[in-house]
Design a binder for this molecule. Structure first.
Ligand code: PLP
Length: 433
């Protein structure tokens, strides 16, 4: 069973993490990983226990005493989720689909008794399972942002007896829309919920709370969530200083605007419901979101694995806890080596930032014309000629949990030694998205 290292947790909590490489344990994880995995065939992926523990401590330090709900999409391994949740300061899961939430909430260990599905569902069979099971209904909370979704759920459940209300949380649009007079100048952030104002949120909360069948309430509103993607998911420390300065100003203005709006929305929804939580933030914004007094808990996941999309933030610098290795299988010519597979592309706007990054041996790069391929990936660079068939090239993924969709388990490295594997969702036969 995977557990976190108390010493590395403590180190993550205490290091004044200023983005310096000095905070990353160990100094070159890939040399040690390569030696430890010498007898294992690739493709494979590893999880460094010390780095994971350090990162968990770092997230706790940045959360400033507010609890962190773990974003499962960024982990996709029950063993890792359980290890993190065993640590004080982490509580509850932010799941990404309802079938996933049902599976986790039914876990016999009882480790996952508080699962918030962070995104709306349209899965009728899963909804019927939830509605018909008293334990699951008490453990799983659904996300809604419109009357249309409530109506859909009510219609799906129309033929079933009402055993008790479904727990729902409301999502607030956290995007930033600077205005000049009556004109909205831009939409900065993601396109998620249409609920923007205190009036919008109160109307939806009253609508949800007012739905009954034969005197029994269908929904209880228990929470509010607002994810400020334009701050949490956008690195504020790009190489270009002018760009960094502009971004910093926009993000500060966005957080100030959201703090006011989130407070007003929480108060307005509080008139229709007793809120158990107001959730906000993500790995990229923890200390900023924690400073918002209306937020009662944070969400984070990616900061535990430390993928490349989290390399360029000014406020933190996660250790590289997860990497994957692909074997060299051919040599197209001098200065080149080709590895098996490689197209472990991260989701989001497609481009170089979504491609995996070769990290060991140093000095290898993808070819612009081919990128990371479906079944093979040619690499160019000074290190290529020294590679032999079967040698491994190590990569970091762009995103956090998606790497787990490619392997059945993560090989756990502890102090440079292999210490078993921890199963991924895929390894447990689960593919939710
Ligand atoms: C609702 C919500 N909260 C929090 C997060 C932050 O997750 P992470 O810490 O993995 O970036 C996300 C990421 O997309 C999200 O969608």
């Amino acid at each position: 069973m995977l557990t976190l290292s108390p010493a590395e947790l403590a180190r993550g909590r205490s290091v004044a993490d200023d983005g310096g490489a000095a905070v990353r344990p160990p100094a070159d994880p890939w040399v040690r990983a390569d030696a430890a995995c010498a007898q294992l065939p690739g493709p494979l992926a590893i999880l460094d226990r010390a780095a994971l523990s350090f990162n968990a401590g770092s997230l706790l330090r940045r959360a400033g005493g507010k609890t962190i709900r773990v974003a499962t999409k960024s982990i996709r391994s029950r063993g890792v989720l359980a290890a993190v949740l065993a640590q004080d300061g982490f509580a509850g899961l932010l799941a990404y689909t309802l079938p996933e939430a049902l599976w986790l909430a039914a876990d016999p260990s009882g480790a996952f008794a508080d699962v918030l599905v962070g995104y709306p569902t349209a899965d009728a069979p899963a909804l019927r399972v939830l509605a018909g099971d008293d334990v699951l209904r008490s453990r799983v909370t659904l996300m809604v942002d419109s009357v249309e979704q409530l109506e859909w759920m009510e219609a799906v459940l129309a033929e079933l007896p009402v055993r008790g209300p479904l727990r729902v949380a409301l999502e607030l649009d956290a995007s930033y829309r600077p205005r000049l007079g009556w004109r909205t100048l831009a939409h900065i952030g993601v396109r998620r919920s249409p609920v923007r104002t205190a009036e919008d949120a109160a109307a939806l909360a009253f609508n949800a709370a007012g739905r009954t069948r034969r005197g029994t309430q269908l929904f209880t509103v228990v929470g509010l969530m607002a994810y400020e993607a334009q701050v949490a998911g956008l690195p504020d420390h790009p190489a270009n200083p002018a760009k960094a300065a502009v971004l910093g100003r926009i993000q500060a203005a966005s957080m100030a605007e959201l703090a006011n709006r989130r407070r007003a929305v929480a108060a307005a929804v509080g008139g229709a419901a007793e809120l158990e939580f107001v959730n906000g933030g993500g790995t990229g914004s923890l200390e900023l979101t924690a400073a918002d007094t209306s937020v009662t808990e944070l969400a984070a996941g990616s900061g535990l694995f430390g993928p490349t999309l989290f390399d360029h933030y000014s406020r933190f610098s996660p250790a590289h806890a997860v990497g994957f290795a692909l074997p060299v299988v051919r040599r197209p010519g001098p200065g080149m080596a080709t590895v098996l597979g490689g197209g472990w592309i991260a989701s989001g706007p497609t481009g170089p930032s979504r491609a995996p990054t070769p990290v060991h041996p140093a000095g290898l790069a993808l070819l612009a014309a081919e990128g990371a391929g479906e079944v093979q990936t040619p690499l160019r660079g000074s290190a290529a000629d020294a590679l032999r068939i079967g040698d491994k090239v190590w990569f970091r993924h762009g995103k956090s949990g998606e790497v787990c969709e490619h392997v059945d388990g993560l090989h756990v490295l502890d102090g440079g030694r292999l210490d078993g594997t921890v199963a991924t969702y895929r390894g447990e036969g689960k593919a939710f998205l």
